[in-house]
Structures are given as structure tokens and as C-alpha cells.
Design a protein around this ligand. Structure first.
Ligand SMILES: Nc1ncnc2c1ncn2[C@@H]1O[C@H](COP(=O)(O)OP(=O)(O)O)[C@@H](O)[C@H]1O
Ligand SMILES: O=P(O)(O)OC[C@H](O)CO
Length: 497
């Protein structure tokens, strides 16, 4: 079976690999969770070797399970958790520190210091991002300044930096290739998204030597060839995109105004804004959606740090459920006259508030509040947060029609959550037949570059609706719930008077 593509989806909690056939259907999957490390409050790390070895294992598993043991695989596409930061020795490949994960807040004070120096506009105007610990730049600076001997080694040119895509490509190519793509670069806080280059001034402000940085390529490009012994033969890596951008591609959101929202550990909504890099007035991010044939397509992005992670909190910290799916039954049975609001600011608040110091809170508790109302509040928090994002995006780009939201990610398995989302947005929510849109997006980038998959239009035509959720809530109740949510958020924020 020729025309197959192996997609690697290296996520925050697990590594996944999927072989897609020439009809864009998944034929086999490999998946492995790996440990999360929380060395201090607000710190989140991964072992670099876990990232690599779990990825290699799931690729081999997916190839093994694929028809003809993956003989039809002609190209590899990579998509990855973004912003997560690694630095390693360019000769030995030895990491100098663990991977600092996107959720990590250790550089909050450093960011506040830069803001106090009046530097936020300098960073935002060039990168589209905000001075928040979320992005890679201050994480690179932290490693350089806090790990013994690292700055000196960096200045001697012995070290390299990479996001997870770069780390994986380095290993897949036997340490020969040090590259990234424009979408991953656009999340580092040192990449100029308008001029499409690493920015000297921003690197200087953060104290980052530019010799650490990888070459930046288009999303469909030549990223090197895998070592023959890894999969029995060399395979070309032809597609790379950060996971949220890959989902935008996989959801075929190619036209300006189209929006996708992905519900995994966090939630990330991206609106395609075409060739215009819209500068947000509402603290959304401006980012690169994809770069193809040297042409950049931009997006507005709203990033929420906790979505499915709140469901995991119900299971792992509170022990209220044994599996994520139980939340739906609990929510259905909750008292309709008893509103409870959860603001899941477990690692601060992301867009549109960007309050790194805020922590989670629950409001409206009474003696009658039980697991059902709490579970419903968890699922609803995802809807409310999305509603904040969509409202901010529409304010930033009033010309765009009220969008239909294309959704994907593990949490979209919950019909109850998707219906609430449609209700609170007052807009339809579309769930596609292929839930693995992130991996599919990476596969399409590689498959189209290889010339074995068709272009944008034919690919878009293949996007199929599995279920549309229509809004059913009356407007008065919607406004009442939104007001309750706004009140809860205002009381949680640390930057309110
Ligand atoms: N039926 C469900 N109802 C609610 N949440 C769910 C359901 N199934 C999965 N989830 C949540 O979805 C998340 C996993 O989604 P996934 O897309 O695999 O995440 P990631 O790529 O961030 O690791 C978990 O946080 C899990 O709690
Ligand atoms: O690994 P995910 O799916 O939670 O996505 C993480 C994002 O890329 C962080 O920006």
C-alpha cells in the first residue's frame, strides 16, 4: 500500500505515532505516556530521553501494526507540544538540563522585570507574543543563567537549542540536522514573525547567543532523512508544525475567518487571518499558522492552560471519578438550579488575562454542592474560557463572521461538553470524523511535499463532519451564566484592584 505517511505527534502527556494511508485514514497507532516532573511549585519538566525514546518506540509500534509493516510509508511528518525548551551538546547530543515544559512558570518574575522595563511592546510588535513564562525565550535564558557552566559552553559554540521538533529531528537524523519550522520558531519570543528571522535585538535582551539557534524552514520542506537502522530504511522528514498549527491544517482551516479549537491538556483556539498578522487589542497572540512555499499565513491564537487537565484533577487529586468519561453522567445529574463556577487557574490564567500568579478557585459552593455540580463546573469551565477567547478574537477582527468552531482533541469525546460549548458560544460547534486532526495535519504537510497527497483544495474537500452541536440555550440564561463566570474570573485574578 503506497502513499502512506507516518505522523509523529509528540504531546505534553504522551507520544503518539499514526500511519495514515493515501485516503487520509489512520491505519495504525502507537501511543505511550511518559512521566511528568514537578520539581517545585509551578515547575514542569520532561526528561529529554523520555521524549526521544517514547517517540521512537511508538513510531516502531505504528509501523509494525501498519499494513505490510509500514512498507508503504514514504514520508514522515512531525507535530509537537510547542514552546517546551531543550539545550544540548552539539557534538555528544547530551542535554544540559531537563526539557522545561510550556506550562512551567519559573520565569514569571523575569518576565515581570522585562515588563517593568517597558519592553513588552518591543517583544509583542516583533513576535506577536506577550511577556509570559509560557514561551521558550525566558526558559532558554533560565537554563543559560542557572545551570553551571552552560553560558560559557554556549558562548564557545558547543551547545544548541531546540523545541521538541528540533530535538526529535536531531535524533532521527543521527545528530546531523539542526532545524525547526516557522510555526515552532514563532513560539520562542525571539523570532520576528513579520520578517521571518531570528531577531538579534530580542536575543540580546534575553542574553541568548544566536549560535544556539536552529535553521528555520517552511512547514512542508526537507528536514533531513532518518538513519537507516531506525526503521529499516531511510525515510524523508518532509513536514513539521507545532501541534496547534498542525491541528489548524488538519481541520482544513485554510480560509481567513475559519477557527479550530483543540481540547487536550489545555485548549488552544486559532483563527486563520490569512496574510495579515492582526495585532490583538485584547491580549490574544499573533502567530504563524503555517508557512508554505515561503508564504506565511497568520493566525490569532487564544491559549488556555487547563482544559482536560481539570478533568484529570477530578480523577487524580480529588478522586471523584475513575475515568474522564464519568464526568458526563455526573454533569447530566447536577442540580440545574445550583450554579457552581470553577476558574481552573492551576498554573495561572492564560488568554485573555495572562495572570501568571492567579491560582484556581471555585465559587457558589453551598451545603448541597456535591461531585455532580463540581464535575459540571469542570466541563463548563472549558466552555466559558473558549467563549472569552472567541469574543476577544471577534473584537480583534470584527470583519470576520461569527465563526463555526471546528473542534478536536481528547475532550471532544464528551457530547455534554460540546453541547455546552455551543450553548455558551451561541454558535455551532463541528466535530469531524477524524479525531486525530493534529497528526493528520502533520501527515498532510509531509504527504503533499512528497507529492503523494493532493493540495489544499482536495484535502479540504475530504474534511467530513461527524456531528454538529447547535446552540439551544435561551439568550437570557446564557447571559446570566456568562455574568456568573466573569464575576468568578474577576475575583480570581491577582491583577484586579
Ligand atoms: N470523555 C471525556 N470527557 C472529558 N474529558 C475527557 C474525555 N476523554 C478525554 N478527556 C480529557 O482529554 C485529555 C486528553 O486529550 P489529548 O488530546 O490526548 O491530550 P494531550 O494531547 O494534551 O495529551 C485529558 O486531559 C482527559 O482528561
Ligand atoms: O501537548 P498538547 O496537545 O497539550 O499541546 C500543548 C501546546 O502545544 C502548548 O502550546
Amino acid at each position: 500500500m503506497a502513499g502512506c505517511v507516518l505522523a509523529i505527534d509528540q504531546g505534553t502527556t504522551s507520544s503518539r505515532a499514526i500511519v495514515f494511508d493515501g485516503g487520509f485514514s489512520p491505519t495504525s497507532v502507537g501511543q505511550q505516556e511518559f512521566p511528568q516532573h514537578f520539581p517545585k511549585s509551578g515547575w514542569v519538566e520532561h526528561s529529554p530521553s523520555d521524549i526521544w525514546t517514547s517517540t521512537l518506540r511508538v513510531c516502531r509500534e505504528a509501523m509494525e501494526k501498519a499494513p505490510d509493516k509500514g512498507a508503504g510509508v514514504e514520508a514522515i511528518g512531525i507535530t509537537n507540544q510547542r514552546e517546551t525548551t531543550l539545550i544540548w551538546d552539539r557534538t555528544t547530543g547530551e542535554p544540559v538540563y531537563n526539557a522545561i515544559v510550556w506550562q512551567d512558570r519559573r520565569t514569571a518574575e523575569f518576565c515581570a522585570g522585562l515588563r517593568e522595563r517597558g519592553l513588552e511592546d518591543t517583544f509583542t510588535s516583533k513576535t506577536g507574543l506577550l511577556l509570559d513564562p509560557y514561551f521558550s525565550g525566558t526558559k532558554i535564558a533560565w537554563i543559560l543563567d542557572n545551570v553551571d557552566g552552560v553560558r560559557a559552553r554556549a558562548e564557545r559554540g558547543e551547545l544548541v537549542f531546540g523545541t521538541v521538533d528540533t530535538w526529535l529531528i536531531w535524533h532521527l537524523t543521527g545528530g546531523k540536522v539542526h532545524v525547526t519550522d516557522a510555526t515552532n520558531a514563532s513560539r520562542t519570543l525571539i523570532y520576528n514573525i513579520h520578517e521571518n528571522c531570528w531577531d538579534e535585538e530580542l536575543c540580546r535582551l534575553l542574553g541568548i547567543p544566536m549560535n544556539l539557534l536552529p535553521e528555520v524552514k517552511d512547514c512542508a520542506d526537507d528536514f533531513g532523512t532518518t538513519e537507516a537502522e531506525l526503521f529499516g530504511r531511510p525515510l524523508p522528514i518532509l513536514g513539521v508544525a507545532g501541534d496547534q498549527q498542525a491541528a489548524t491544517v488538519g481541520q482544513a482551516c485554510f480560509r481567513p475567518g475559519m477557527v479550530k479549537s483543540t481540547y487536550g491538556t489545555g485548549c488552544f483556539a486559532l483563527m486563520n487571518t490569512g496574510e495579515t498578522a492582526v495585532r490583538s487589542k485584547n491580549r490574544m497572540l499573533t502567530t504563524i499558522a503555517y508557512r508554505l512555499n515561503g508564504e506565511t499565513t497568520y493566525a490569532l491564537e487564544g491559549s488556555i492552560f487547563v482544559a482536560g487537565a481539570a478533568v484529570q484533577w477530578l480523577r487524580d487529586a480529588l478522586g471523584l471519578i475513575e475515568s474522564a468519561g464519568e464526568t458526563q453522567t455526573l454533569a447530566e445529574q447536577a442540580d440545574p438550579n445550583h450554579d457552581v463556577f470553577l476558574v481552573p487557574a492551576f498554573v495561572g490564567l492564560g488568554a485573555p488575562h495572562w495572570d501568571a500568579e492567579a491560582r484556581g478557585a471555585m465559587f457558589g459552593l453551598t451545603r448541597n454542592t456535591g461531585p455532580r455540580e463540581i464535575a459540571r463546573a469542570v466541563l463548563q469551565s472549558v466552555g466559558y474560557q473558549t467563549s472569552d477567547l472567541v469574543e476577544a478574537m471577534q473584537a480583534d477582527w470584527p470583519d470576520a463572521e461569527k465563526p463555526v468552531l471546528r473542534v478536536d482533541g481528547g475532550m471532544t469525546a464528551s457530547d455534554w461538553t460540546m453541547q455546552f460549548l455551543a450553548d455558551i458560544l451561541g454558535a455551532p460547534v463541528d466535530r469531524p470524523t477524524v479525531p486525530e486532526t493534529t497528526a493528520l495535519g502533520a501527515a498532510w504537510l509531509a504527504g503533499s511535499k512528497a507529492g503523494i497527497w493532493p493540495g489544499e483544495d482536495a484535502f479540504s474537500a475530504e474534511w467530513k463532519l461527524e456531528k454538529r452541536f447547535e446552540p439551544q440555550l435561551d439568550e437570557e440564561r446564557r447571559q446570566q451564566l456568562l455574568a456568573g463566570w466573569q464575576d468568578a474570573v474577576n475575583r480570581t485574578r491577582t491583577d484586579q484592584d
